[in-house]
Design a protein around this ligand. Structure first.
Ligand code: NAP
Length: 268
């Protein structure tokens, strides 16, 4: 790849060399729901790009410890910060702990999630509330705790996991789709509130990604999704993680308020 062009990435001064800026050396990240699946993939990709990483999860401390070991294998610092993202006290404690042990957070990825699928007519309101609480309230609380610190420091980026389902809706997932659509509104609002202080807020909308969450789907459902995907396949956790690295990196320094689909074209 030719990395020399007449426009530099940092301001476009004529004649300045273009730096391909995916290096996250010196960055400190917090990834929620990172004990497995997409969150684990994101934590490892951020570490591979040079960031120290705080690994959050709700229940599985052993899984988080194992992700931290993998982070450390990249020569980065890792830290387990257990906590429920829907609980304000726990969120504040985990953000504080991450900053105390690893230093100021420059990257926060709101990835923690659950599903409680059913058609809306049959859905227990408790299942509606649980999904909204983890995805939407959790993303709000973690963003709020991090944004106050990033706002003061005039730098940082927040990346929220939405979904193709939040853009298009999905039968049997009214709670999940509502939460993921809410995350899009939250992302754009935060981007407008924080942009003037140099804090960027973006979302990623994955399609069908192979993780424990989707492995629970029946084979016929999985095949229907693959058939409806223009690239005719299933995404990997790395596909999402690479998009996170881009949005977190200097390469995206002028990008905020976007919802980046990583869905093989499913959401077109
Ligand atoms: P996953 O394999 O089920 O992992 C979700 C993680 O979130 C788990 O480690 C879980 O921890 C954690 N978590 C759940 N509730 C939490 C809470 N209250 N506080 C902290 N952590 C919590 O899911 P995934 O497939 O990797 O999905 C990750 C994200 O991508 C989710 O936001 C999901 O909605 C989104 N997404 C996924 C797909 C897909 O196809 N997989 C598509 C679009 C969007 P415990 O195990 O301890 O409960």
């Amino acid at each position: 790849m030719n990395t020399q062009r007449s426009q530099g990435i940092e301001g476009g001064a004529a004649g300045a060399p273009l730096t391909i800026g995916f290096d996250l050396s010196g960055a400190t990240a917090l990834v929620t729901g990172a004990g497995r699946g997409i969150g684990r993939g994101i934590a490892l990709a951020l570490a591979a790009a040079g960031a120290d990483v705080a690994v959050n999860d709700f229940a599985d401390e052993a899984a988080c410890a194992s992700v931290v070991t993998e982070v450390e294998a990249f020569g980065r610092k890792g830290l387990v910060v257990m906590g429920d993202v829907s609980d304000e006290e726990q969120v504040n404690a985990m953000v504080e702990r991450a900053e105390k042990d690893l230093g100021p957070l420059s990257i926060v990825v709101n990835n923690a999630g659950i599903t409680r699928d059913n058609v809306a007519m049959m859905m227990d309101p408790a299942d509606f509330d649980a999904v909204i609480a983890t995805h939407l309230r959790g993303t709000f609380l973690v963003s709020k705790a991090a944004a106050r610190r990033m706002f003061r420091r005039r730098t940082g980026c927040i990346i929220n996991l939405s979904s193709v389902v939040g853009r298009r809706g999905n039968a049997g997932q009214a709670n999940y789709a509502a939460a993921k659509a809410g995350i899009i509104g939250l992302t754009k609002s935060l981007a407008k509130e924080l942009g003037a202080r140099g804090v960027r807020v973006n979302a990623i909308a994955p399609g069908y990604i192979d993780t424990p969450m989707t492995q629970a789907l029946p084979d016929e459902t999985r095949q229907l999704i693959v058939d409806a995907t223009p690239l005719k396949g299933i995404g990997t956790t790395d596909d999402v993680a690479m998009a996170v690295v881009y949005l977190a990196s200097p390469a995206a320094r002028f990008v905020t308020g976007v919802v980046l689909p990583v869905d093989g074209g499913l959401g077109i």
